[in-house]
Ligand binder design. Structure first.
Ligand code: B16
Ligand code: MG
Length: 217
């Protein structure tokens, strides 16, 4: 009757969206159209390939498959130039305290992220060793809102989906958690994430008591 946790990465553990934004913006600059922070919201939780499609729609551009592949590589190189400079000071508020609470209660947790850079990012912020396992953009064939990433997470935890709690900041991620039949915790704007079972502004709002009531269910 154990419970396990699956954490999304970008927007829950660290704010890598700001680095994705810079890299996508450089690309849009090169292609000659405007890309704003509001546009960047549309890319949160979305896969790399899908992000490029959305970006090209914004710029009303069509490119060959070959050119798209080329662009995806250079965007990632640009993005990695920021990621390699990351350190533990970039862990979002409340994360370390929550992981300490989970460790104290003997609750295991894994990562469930769309990013292909997840392992590198967790290592940079010194959190990699704390996770029981990592499911990321390299392990899945279907992107969120497909539940695949979280179902693989449940497997890694050796738990039934209904015994898993998902922390997500993106609409597609909340939908994926719900489709997986897991308990979804929306982290961020309550209106945006209204499909989540529970809503919190950030992880500082999650008390040990809340976790204890949740794992009793
Ligand atoms: P990469 P998450 C997602 O991370 C980001 O929110 C999304 O903006 C990004 O496109 C995606 O990872 C892929 O990232 O280019 O590093 O493979 O929120 O699922 O942890
Ligand atoms: Mg996210």
């Amino acid at each position: 009757n154990k419970t396990g946790i699956i954490f999304d990465l970008d927007g829950v553990i660290v704010d890598t969206a700001k680095y994705h934004f810079l890299a996508w913006k450089h690309l849009a600059d090169d292609l000659g159209f405007e890309f704003t922070e509001a546009h960047n919201e549309l890319l949160k939780g979305v896969s790399r390939v899908r992000s490029l499609e959305i970006l090209l729609d914004i710029g009303k551009m069509k490119l060959s498959e070959e050119k798209k592949q080329e662009i995806l590589i250079s965007k990632n190189e640009d993005y990695l130039s920021y990621i390699t400079k990351m350190g533990p000071e970039e862990i979002l508020p409340g994360v370390t305290e929550l992981l300490d609470t989970l460790d104290g209660l003997g609750i295991q947790y894994v990562l469930g992220s769309a990013s292909k850079n997840a392992t590198l990012i967790l290592k940079k912020v010194n959190l990699f060793d704390r996770f029981t396992g990592i499911v990321d953009g390299n392990s899945v064939s279907k992107a969120k809102p497909d539940p695949e990433v979280f179902l693989l997470g449940a497997k890694m935890l050796n738990l039934k989906p209904e015994k898993c709690i998902v922390f997500e900041d993106a609409i597609a991620g909340v939908e994926a958690a719900n489709a997986a039949n897991m308990i979804s915790l929306g982290i961020g704007d309550k209106q945006t994430l209204h499909k989540a079972d529970f809503n919190f502004k950030d992880l500082t709002e999650i008390s040990p008591d809340f976790i204890k009531t949740l794992i009793k269910k």
